[in-house]
Design a protein around this ligand. Sequence first.
Ligand code: URA
Length: 237
Amino acid sequence: MERLDKIIASQGVGTRSEVRKMIWSGKVTVDGEVERRIDVKLDPAAHNITVNGSCLSYRKHLYIMMNKPRGVVSASNDSHVKTVIDILPPRLRRSGLFPVGRLDKDTEGLLIITDDGDFAHSVTSPGKKVYKTYHAYLDDVVSDDDMDRLRSGIVIDGGEKCLPAQVAELDRTDFIYEIKICEGKYHQVKRMAQAVGRRVLRLERVAVGGLVLDSALERGESRELSGEEMDILARNV
Ligand code: URA
């Protein structure tokens, strides 16, 4: 059971104070009757709520796939720099959204955004072994010995030992490597590359577990995850 103003505001219809005004001015109905009490408690799944004549299709949580562009930070708010939340289209905005794990400002690709903390924890927790797949564009080739060091769990600067990574060479001429890791240490892929004497020139995340970045999504675009994609992730966690 939740307060009516909170239920409506959580669906991205407006801010909490905008929603209160809507309720007070008779723009909200519950089961066909105008409801002017902002604090009445309801089970949103059990009632038919309308706002300005439109039915509120209540969803407890939102799950979004973004193709993150360079230049935006993976945070919910930042007074100086544009965040991934700032670039969501208005129809996907609602309170409480945050990125699931962090991509660096200059990293591109698949980012999941949600307001479901338990879900986020299950995707990011190393214990769940949800592998994140990156395409790393390096400045030179990685030797077979160094590939083995990465595969067996390399020690990065500061003495931190990484869990074993899955590493494959995608393009020997352009030094493009696929790197799969199931943890999210700060700048992890860049520091792993550094530990084998290489520099990451460009980094793109292409998958999280079995969820693959939709190639139809342009950089900076977002959309809700489909039921099928949610099932894929559920199987991973
Ligand atoms: N590893 C990095 O170095 N940067 C990222 O953004 C993600 C993984």
